[in-house]
Ligand binder design. Structure first.
Ligand code: NAP
Length: 480
């Protein structure tokens, strides 16, 4: 096999110790990898590079297309964004595969239940689109951006991943009952694409119940596909089922680049103490070897880890403080010494190479047969009571083609009054609809805004549209 170049990012905090451990073990298998060391994270932010990722690192990744990385700190007060999120977005690693499995010898409340499941987390959209605004001095907004293309890609990846590992069931976890359009888009896309995989059982589950079921009966799950924020939280939960963050690896997969890293962060309080658990980073290396089709080397390491925890009965501080506790470096040497040993009882899976969903270069677009602008939501800042705001806006809209339908405050309709006990803030969403039933034009909206601006400070507008006769917006609590 020809040698494969891989970008190696040691990272911050405990990163270098964990990466050193994984690198040593991978090298001990004879895997033909040439490491190209590159840097990102805290030290780079301190050099004044606001992305936390220097050009040299980007160039290395563009060349190797495969990265094994340690955790990167997001320093408070430096840099604008997380360097991790920057890397995921720059290289469009849209899917984050986060598997967990039980290790015999690592006692947990779930021991002997043979847990073996995967969270497939959408990795670039959702609240992580990073579009946030202070709309008023006291009201913050974060845009939850979910696209149909993004949903299709992550759902296909989840089913393809299930197929590659011979898994029989995929759950889709969403909050579609509340966020009908955003989380609902993942749910409906999942239900459509599931039909292409009739051999795999598909179920939708509401994400809060998913968290509850994961604690109560986790063995019912094989693959859970979910949105970015939900996946972030659920995967920390699933790591705790098998012993904690020290055991949770991940693969950030895109069509061009793959980045392998632990779920955990830089755990600064343990940095340099030689007592951190390197298993999550080692197992991220195992995922990387499988991605590179080095299945033999991957299985060697996975079996050695299973053997080390089971028969070998040694572990790092986080698992148990007893006579079998060893340091990070001693754990690494033990895993190397156990390469070639087979764990009793715990069998590996028969795996096929993962077929990534095809890359669609075209800009994603959905063309409805008909679309119509039926109104506009105007968000404005005012300390006036809703009755006064409503009456004023009604009069300000008089010479425009729009009329005020309602005002909501923190999502609840407050004008016309409903009797709701809303704790008011100075941020009102004012819904205007066509006064005549005709389509609302940009000129009509501009005239309305001009009139509103004579009395109020508006901060955002959102067109109310219908696609193929269906409203593309939700109603406020209490709105007819
Ligand atoms: P963290 O670094 O994951 O650490 C949280 C806790 O998890 C630790 O205090 C420790 O628990 C446990 N832990 C983490 N890694 C472990 C390991 N390998 N072995 C054993 N236990 C482990 O989370 P954080 O303290 O919230 O974040 C620290 C920094 O990391 C932040 O700057 C954050 O932005 C960054 N971060 C980076 C990534 C990434 O690079 N992908 C991910 C998450 C966070 P105990 O205290 O109970 O021992």
């Amino acid at each position: 096999m020809s040698r494969i170049p891989v970008t190696l990012i040691p990272g911050d905090g405990v990163g270098p110790e964990c990466i050193q451990s994984a690198k040593k073990i991978i090298e001990a298998t004879g895997a033909p990898i040439d490491w190209e060391e590159a840097h990102a994270g805290a030290s780079v932010f301190k050099q004044g590079i606001p992305s936390g990722v220097p050009e040299a690192t980007l160039n290395s990744i563009k060349k190797t297309r495969v990265v094994l990385k340690g955790p990167l700190e997001t320093p408070v007060g430096f840099g604008e964004k997380s360097a991790n999120v920057t890397l995921r977005k720059l290289f469009e690693t849209f899917g984050n595969i986060r598997p967990i499995r039980e290790f015999s010898g690592v006692p947990t409340p779930y021991s002997d239940r043979n847990l073996d499941l995967v969270v497939v987390r959408e990795n670039v959209e959702d609240l992580y689109a990073g579009i946030e605004h202070m709309q008023t001095p006291s009201v913050a907004q974060c845009l939850k951006l979910i696209s149909q293309k993004g949903c299709e890609k992550i759902v296909r990846l989840a089913f393809e991943f299930a197929k590659s590992e011979g898994r029989k069931k995929v759950h889709c976890a969403t909050k579609a009952n509340i966020m009908k359009l955003t989380e609902g888009l993942l749910k409906s896309t999942f239900e459509t694409i599931a039909k292409e995989y009739p051999e795999i059982e598909s179920n939708h589950i509401i994400v809060d119940n998913c968290a509850h079921q994961l604690v109560k009966k986790p063995e019912q799950f094989e693959v859970i596909v979910t949105t970015n924020m939900n996946g972030d939280i659920l995967s920390d939960l699933t790591s705790a089922l098998v012993g904690g963050l020290g055991f949770a690896p991940s693969a950030n997969l895109g069509n061009d680049v793959a980045i392998f890293e632990a779920v955990h962060g830089s755990a600064p309080k343990y940095a340099g103490k030689d007592n951190i658990n390197p298993t999550a980073v080692i197992l991220s290396g195992v995922l990387m070897l499988r991605h590179l089709k080095m299945f033999k080397e991957a299985d060697l390491i996975e079996n050695s880890i299973l053997y080390t925890y089971g028969e070998g009965a040694v572990r790092t501080r986080d698992v148990m403080s007893d006579a079998n506790q060893i340091s990070t470096s001693a754990f690494t040497e033990t895993v190397i010494a156990h390469l070639g040993k087979a764990p009793k009882g715990q069998q590996g899976r028969v795996r096929q190479p993962l077929k990534m969903p095809a890359k669609i270069e075209a800009i994603a677009t959905v063309q409805p047969k008909a679309r119509q602008v039926v109104g506009v939501d105007v968000f404005l800042e005012s300390a006036d009571v809703p009755q006064l705001v409503g009456d004023t806006l009604t009069s300000l809209a008089k010479d425009t083609p729009l009329k005020l339908k309602m005002i909501s405050n923190r999502g609840t309709k407050v004008y016309p009054a409903t009797g709701a006990m809303t704790d008011l803030i100075d941020h009102h969403r004012c819904r205007f609809i066509s006064a005549t039933g005709d389509e609302v034009t940009d000129e009509g909206i501009a005239l309305l805004l001009k009139n509103i601006a004579t009395k109020y400070r508006w901060c955002q507008t959102e067109k109310l549209q219908e696609f193929d006769g269906k409203p593309s917006f939700t109603k406020a609590q209490g709105e007819d």
